[in-house]
Ligand binder design. Structure first.
Ligand code: NAD
Length: 436
């Protein structure tokens, strides 16, 4: 098939590369000239494990092209993916300006029937809006399909190539056939392609992300209560996760969820509920709890330094919103760093993949270090915000010698309490007893 992908970010680039890998001819379109130039030179602008092998193979074999020109990109395409940003608008709703702009452009330039596939996360009713925006000027027939994406950054290629399920919202039989053909190579093991109407598909994505955000948040509240009653949230996790009705995943307590999806999607679903006069109370609690949870370690840190962080140097391990990505959108680390700087502290930071992106925002306001240990040199305390595997078994003795105080504020519960006790650390974590 000839495929166009409009928007070549985390979702678009993975979508384009993976569909090229299954033998399609793919052109990715983006308005970011620099990004497209890098892609044309064979450079991948994001960090996504496993993407490089597929990317280079398909570029070399001529199945994966890049352009800034929309008309050129969609020429002869049977399907046109929209993988465009849907950031939160001022009122919390998903901002559709990128999608509707491209839809409007498509109306002017489409030359033959195509299925326009909305891969972005968009509120209920967007397929109809996209349809109307294209139809205003279109001289050819087309269908608009809602096909929300469930990939996780960090394991995006695997998720895309072997999806648990594919959700397709369409009421057009013609579009349904195209979608079946497109996804057939990815669901050979029998995972379902679930067809439904457009509105239900749009809602499915928000339901999935909001449910996961709620699951994390529930566990964070259990953790907060554990601290008060003297229980250990790790044991609770093991105790309940083994119940197949609950499941083991998304039960790790921590300093809240971040990333480019959960915060904005929970907010957008709350806004939709509001628009339809439905008081979705759980969502409001999820947002409130997460807001507080992200800053949870700061009062502990301030207390430790008897009320003032002025001129303290705080080492930070982990900047990305989660491991195996360089994505820093809504990362808890950033909010905490801003608060530390405001309180007069200095910050030395290390992250294996996300430092360049943070440099783009914070410049020289903090010191970026080449190794985790360099960040500790003469620092007054260590804070951990991302559970990169390399932070899990560090050399505690070496760390103790570098740090001025053997104290760790761990937002991801990486270490065993007994181990911290034995090594002589003061250790604060989430939902567990403080080690002194
Ligand atoms: P992104 O910001 O990484 O990528 C979007 C790309 O679109 C950018 O490269 C931008 O330059 C480009 N763009 C903007 N306007 C354009 C235009 N007019 N023409 C061509 N390109 C244009 O965003 P993302 O993380 O890939 O997310 C895209 C959508 O997918 C969002 O709705 C998001 O909620 C959803 N989603 C994201 C993930 C994820 O893990 N990142 C997972 C599932 C769904």
């Amino acid at each position: 098939m000839k495929i166009a992908v409009v928007g070549t970010g985390y979702v678009g680039l993975v979508t384009g590369t993976c569909f090229a890998e299954t033998g399609n001819q793919v052109t990715c379109v983006d308005i970011d000239v620099r990004k497209v130039e890098r892609l044309q030179k064979g450079e991948i602008p994001i960090y996504e494990p496993g993407l490089d092998v597929l990317f280079h193979r398909n570029v070399e074999e001529g199945r994966l092209l890049f352009t800034t020109n929309l008309a050129e990109g969609i020429k002869d395409a049977e399907v046109i993916f929209l993988a465009l940003p849907t950031p939160p608008g001022e009122d919390g709703s998903a901002d559709l300006k990128y999608i509707l702009k491209v839809a409007d452009d498509l109306g002017h330039i489409m030359e033959k029937y195509a299925v326009v596939i909305d891969k972005s996360t968009v509120p209920v009713g967007t397929a109809e809006k996209v349809h109307a925006a294209i139809a205003k000027n279109a001289k050819v027939e087309f269908d608009v399909v809602s096909n929300p994406e469930f990939l996780r950054e960090g394991v995006a290629v695997e998720d895309f190539m072997k999806p648990d399920r594919v959700v397709v919202g369409t009421t057009s039989e013609k579009a349904k056939k195209v979608m079946e053909k497109l996804y057939a190579p990815l669901v050979r093991q029998g995972n379902p392609v679930i067809f439904m109407d457009e509105r239900s598909a749009e809602m499915t994505k928000y339901a999935a992300n909001s449910f996961l955000a709620m699951k994390i948040t529930f566990m964070n509240e259990i953790a907060n209560l554990c601290e008060k009653v003297g229980a250990n949230v790790d044991d609770i996790r093991r105790g309940i996760g083994t119940d197949s009705r609950i499941g083991k995943r998304f039960l790790f307590a921590g300093i809240g969820y971040g990333g480019s999806c959960f915060p904005k999607d929970v907010q957008a679903l709350a806004k939709t509920s509001n628009d339809f006069n439905y008081d979705f109370r759980i969502l409001k609690s999820v947002m409130d709890v997460n807001y507080d949870q992200k800053k949870k370690l700061l009062p502990m840190l301030e207390n430790y330094f008897e009320g003032s962080l002025k001129d303290k140097t705080i080492a930070v391990w982990g900047l990305a919103f989660k491991p195996y990505t360089d994505d820093i959108r809504e990362a808890p680390a950033l909010e905490n760093i801003e608060a530390l700087l405001q309180a007069g502290a200095k910050v030395t930071a290390y992250d294996p993949e996300a430092m360049n992106n943070v440099k783009g925002i914070l410049g020289d306001k903090i010191t970026f270090c080449h190794t985790p240990y360099a960040a500790l040199d003469d620092a007054d305390a260590l804070m951990i915000f991302t559970e990169w595997p390399q932070f899990r078994t560090p050399e505690f003795e070496k760390m103790g010698k570098l740090l001025k105080n053997k104290v760790i504020f761990d937002g991801r519960n990486l270490y065993e309490l007994d181990q911290m006790r034995e090594m002589g650390y003061t250790y604060y974590s989430i939902g567990r007893e403080k080690v002194v």
